[in-house]
Design a protein around this ligand. Structure first.
Ligand code: NI
Length: 139
């Protein structure tokens, strides 16, 4: 087990009740586990704000009948090949496809790729989810 320290915090009783409600709602074992993940979430946000190397995933839904869209999606990913790790394609129905593109790189590059994909005609939705390489989260 890593070095553990015990800290105590002071909260207004209403806020403490809210904390317990959140812990229960998310089905955490205890407050400590919940607060650890809350802190890690803030650290990830900081990594994205400060331009460190991060992990991100674009989930997009698009109409594959849209003329030229497949080529444009491929070209955009080639333009950012150093940041694109992997992709998965799913055929949702006769018209629609979904893809997940996993990336590792500078936040601004990942955002640029997500914005470029979102703007393409025929792309119905493109969401960028932010994560971390984990390097800054271990300690
Ligand atoms: Ni498809």
């Amino acid at each position: 087990m890593p070095n553990m320290v015990r800290i105590s915090i002071s909260l207004e009783s209403e806020l403490a009740d809210e904390l317990d409600r959140l812990v229960t709602r998310a089905d955490y074992e205890n407050r400590s586990e919940y607060l650890r993940d809350l802190i890690r979430g803030q650290l990830v946000e900081e990594e994205w704000t400060h331009g460190r190397e991060v992990l991100g995933t674009i989930t997009l839904v698009y109409d594959h009948h849209q003329s030229g869209l497949g080529d444009k999606l491929t070209a955009l990913q080639h333009d950012h090949h150093a940041s694109v790790l992997a992709g998965t394609h799913v055929h949702l129905d006769h018209h629609l496809c979904a893809e997940m593109i996993m990336m590792r790189g500078k936040p601004e590059v990942l955002r640029t790729l997500a914005d470029g994909i979102r703007k393409l005609k025929g792309v119905l939705h493109a969401a960028l989810s932010v994560s971390s390489t984990g390097k800054g989260l271990r300690k």
